[in-house]
Write a protein that binds this ligand. Structure first.
Ligand code: SF4
Length: 457
């Protein structure tokens, strides 16, 4: 299975890659299947059932909105986040959806979109079933999907649960399945990690396109930070969490650059700006997920603002390297909070960002691998317990913590010679095992941790 770094970095909308982007893509895919089977014109009713974590935290994570708009043919990278609420209001007022954007079908949200909180489908905690029926309520098509993290979806019954997005049958010139193999390739060919990744990416697109895609991702991250810094007020949801990025930025600008930890304070601001945008359903880049979308943009802004000699080529080195680390976690463990807890989201983002920063600053492959390892080692066991099922507390601040930790991990690695006791592969295996051992309460169900100790006002 070939996973591109551009499968890891995807432009989409908040607040969740697994609970918003994945279900929207599944619903859109279902509608396309109806078209392919020439069933679209016979559909009289569509019913959706959400299971497991999608049911338990789906309200706070806007899974209902995502599925409805996916049935209308929307995709996370194309949808206009500014128009989502207006469209939903219209759908709810009229009691119908435009299936695939072109055929009105009655849709009663209470009856047709069920949150089955006490039920699971075998395979994954994030499951949904979509059924289309004709005018006699006979089933035309029924499909089950799993949203496996980072916006990736898998259709039930497909062989080996291969993500539908992944390209099979790709023969990479520099194949690697572990951190050790990646290091060996670097050593054998005397190439830095980002160059190995680039040469593999060329199997999909030429260099020019790789660069323009990297620029697109970086631009989307910058726009997200800029938008977050323009917004004030409170975030959606009953907790009325205040946006802090903009007032903090104003305070820092007024204080000037003299404060000893000024750079770290800006890192906090940039991470908060992204995750506040994510929490309000804005446009973000999965890095590797929406919940953890602030870590990498914050560390990249740190690189561009505070590291002497930083440039766009360094941003490219950062993203190529961070993407490769993300692919390793996805292949060897998981980037889903519902499977691994938050170590699989903010922990992975921290590890990716640490590796990316070390690479951007010219670290050796061994130092880069060490940075990635440190970035995860100190996130092991991190649980996922979003308060109120919203991607706000602890998620927003956690990205700021993850970004600061990533910078420190890169610094620790760069001050060493690359020789270290724990390998990236060992820490990935440890994260996976820890995730498997973690109680379900702490894996994006809002049934434990802060989610039960911080009551709704
Ligand atoms: S706690 Fe972490 S894994 Fe859970 S929703 Fe928040 S960011 Fe995602």
């Amino acid at each position: 299975m070939g996973i591109s770094i551009f499968d890891i970095f995807k432009v989409g909308i908040g607040p969740s890659s697994s609970h918003t982007m994945g279900p929207m893509r599944a619903a859109e895919r279902f509608v396309r299947n109806l078209d392919e089977l020439d069933l679209h014109h016979r559909v009289h009713r569509v019913a959706v059932q959400l299971y497991g974590s999608l049911a338990l935290t789906g309200k706070g994570h806007c899974t209902d909105t995502a599925v409805i708009l996916g049935l209308e043919g929307e995709l996370p990278d194309h949808i206009d986040p500014e128009r989502v609420q207006e469209r939903l209001a219209l759908i709810r007022a009229q009691g119908r959806i435009m299936l695939g954007g072109r055929r009105a079908v009655a849709f009663d949200e209470v009856l047709d979109l069920l949150f089955l909180k006490d039920q699971l489908l075998p395979g994954h905690s994030n499951a949904l079933r979509i059924t289309a029926m004709d005018d006699r309520l006979e089933v035309l098509l029924a499909r089950e999907y799993f949203s496996i993290g980072g916006g990736f979806i898998v259709e039930s019954g497909k062989s080996e649960d291969v993500p539908l997005d992944a390209r099979e049958h790709i023969n990479f010139p520099y194949p690697f399945g572990s951190g050790q193999e990646l290091l060996e390739l670097c050593s054998r060919h005397q190439l830095p990690m980002h160059e190995i990744v680039r040469r593999n990416e060329r199997e999909w697109r030429p260099d020019k396109e790789i660069d323009s895609e990297l620029n697109r991702i970086w631009t989307a991250m910058q726009e997200c930070v800029a938008r977050g810094l323009r917004q004030e007020g409170v975030l959606p949801g009953s907790f009325k969490v205040r946006r802090r990025a903009a007032p903090m930025a104003r305070h820092l600008e007024a204080a000037g650059m003299g404060e000893p930890l000024n750079a770290m304070e800006w890192v906090n601001v940039w991470a908060l700006a992204v995750n506040e945008e994510n929490a309000s359903g804005g446009r973000v880049v999965t890095a590797p997920t929406n919940g953890a979308a602030g870590v990498i943009p914050a560390v990249l802004h740190f690189y561009m603002s505070f590291v002497p000699g930083s440039d766009l080529a360094g941003v490219h080195r950062f993203l190529l390297t961070a993407g490769a680390v993300g692919v390793l976690y996805k292949r060897k463990a998981s980037i889903s909070g519902a499977e691994m807890g938050c170590q699989g989201e903010v922990g992975v983002a921290c590890s990716m960002a640490a590796a990316g920063l070390a690479a951007a600053r010219g670290g050796s492959p061994e130092q880069v691998e060490n940075a990635a390892e440190i970035g995860m080692e100190h996130n092991l066991g991190l649980t996922c317990d979003p308060v109120g099922g919203l991607v706000q507390i602890p998620c927003i601040e956690r990205n700021a913590m993850g970004a600061v930790k990533a910078i420190n991990a890169a610094n620790l690695a760069r001050r060493g010679d690359g020789i270290h006791s724990v390998s990236l592969d060992q820490v990935i295996a440890t994260m996976r095992q820890t995730g498997l051992d973690m109680a379900t309460h702490y894996k994006e169900t809002s049934l434990g941790g802060l989610a039960v100790n911080v009551p709704e006002c």
